[in-house]
Design a protein around this ligand. Structure first.
Ligand code: HEM
Length: 395
């Protein structure tokens, strides 16, 4: 049940919007300095602004405030894609302004977002798990094949993270000793292995230069009204955090991880926000297994389920190591070295300088792989305790 204006806007986002962005990308890409965007392609940029703003005016004039959640969320995503493109083409830049020059669009984003309980911009579900395909084609900024590769493989990984989280969420009600817990741990392991599989294909297929210069720039921070909102990243869904917390590799009362969750809340859909909240009230499986190791280490159920639990932890850690050591290293860190210093500040989606961002991602990886670190608390000792409980039995 959508409105005439929102349908027309959606149609524009799927067609002319993509074509205009693609044409601009092709101009930037053949320049000696591919990151020099300001003042380039002015005619196309003027068309983008005029056409997009006409849709914003039509939506405002229609003033429909009674849309179902999915319709409103879709329109917010479309407005967000438009604003992210304006940011990408340097028609707005949060570092040079105190307020977005696109006031009417900002106002509409803020109204819809406040009514839905999410950030007033496009978030990753708009391009992944809630990106409705029409005639086999999902939404994207451009027609560039590398953007399709990026969106597709992000989505495949996200869907399998969600599947792993769903399997693990059955376990607290069953307890660590149930035979069905073994089934759910196997299911989670399978799903995480699929994440690793799709991460590897993404790593092999995606062109570094195209991604860095023509895809990644749409994921920058921008202002909506006065406030700067960070760019979307593939992580804005609950599943990955549910896995972190349920396994006990990350803890809700760890200040570092607590900050990550608090910051991320508004970038997730409301049901994902509730899933994270629900998971924060569940004791980690790690604690259940550590407790069981003291009393039941020699039972068959412990030996089977604990081994499977450790396999799931390893599989989750492997996806985190891939993200950092393969994807971030190849597609962000290395190309940033060759970029002219004047453009470097704009590299990250979330806004902080690259070094700071990499430290945060390294910290997260080390929590997920339970690395031995003196400076931060990881699950290294508990994992070793469980391994020892299995090893004793083997002797
Ligand atoms: C070319 C591929 C990818 C690159 C270069 C990349 C890069 C990044 C970067 C730089 C961030 C930090 C956010 C920021 O920029 O401010 C981030 C966050 C994140 N990305 Fe990716 N990413 C890629 C693919 C994926 C895929 C396939 C997934 C799987 C779902 C994923 C999951 C996440 C998650 C969960 C976060 C939030 C932080 C965390 O909890 O680890 N990313 N990514």
């Amino acid at each position: 049940m959508s409105t005439i204006a929102s349908d027309k806007f959606d149609q524009w986002i799927r067609t002319d919007f993509r074509t205009l962005n693609t044409a601009l990308e092709e101009i930037y890409f053949v320049q000696e300095d591919r990151a020099a965007v300001e003042g380039v392609g002015s005619g196309l940029k003027a068309d983008l602004v005029a056409e997009g703003e006409a849709h914003v005016e039509a939506l405002l004039a229609e003033g429909d405030t009674h849309q179902p959640f999915e319709t409103a969320f879709n329109t917010l995503g479309n407005l967000g894609l438009f604003m992210a493109a304006l940011r990408r083409h340097e028609l707005t830049n949060p570092d040079k302004e105190t307020e977005s020059p696109f006031k009417r669009c900002s106002a509409l984003c803020l109204r819809i977002a406040s009514s839905l309980g999410v950030a007033p911009r496009f978030v990753s579900p708009h391009l992944s798990a809630n990106n409705y395909a029409i005639n086999g084609v999902q939404k994207a900024f451009t027609h560039l094949p590398d953007e399709t590769i990026f969106n597709d493989y992000n989505l495949y990984s996200i869907l399998y993270f969600k599947r792993a989280a769903e399997a693990l969420m059955h376990i607290p009600a069953l307890g660590v000793s149930a035979s069905a817990t073994a089934m759910m741990l196997k299911e989670a392991k399978y799903a995480l292995d699929q994440v690793a599989h799709y991460n590897k294909i993404l790593f092999d297929k995606l062109d570094v230069t195209r991604f860095f210069y023509s895809v990644r720039p749409y994921f920058k921070s921008h202002r909506v009204g006065k406030i700067v909102y960070r760019g979307a990243n593939a992580g804005d869904f609950a599943g990955i955090n549910q896995i972190d917390l349920l396994l006990g590799l990350c803890r809700g009362d760890d200040l570092f991880y607590g900050n990550i969750l608090a910051e991320k809340m508004q970038y997730m859909r409301p049901e994902d926000q509730r899933d994270v909240q629900r998971t924060l009230r569940i004791p980690p499986l790690m604690d259940g297994f550590v407790e069981a190791a003291e009393r039941h280490a020699d039972t068959d159920w412990f030996q089977e389920n604990c081994k499977l639990f450790l396999d799931v932890c390893t599989a989750h850690g492997r996806t985190a190591a891939q993200h950092q050591n393969m994807l971030v290293e190849k597609y962000i860190k290395k190309p940033a070295v060759t970029m002219e210093t004047k453009h470097l500040k704009q590299v990250t989606a979330s806004g902080p300088p690259l070094g700071e961002l990499l430290n945060t991602l390294t910290h997260l990886r080390d929590l997920r792989i339970a690395a031995p670190r003196d400076d931060i608390q990881t699950a290294y000792n508990q994992i070793n305790q469980l391994k020892a409980a299995l090893a004793v039995h083997e002797i």
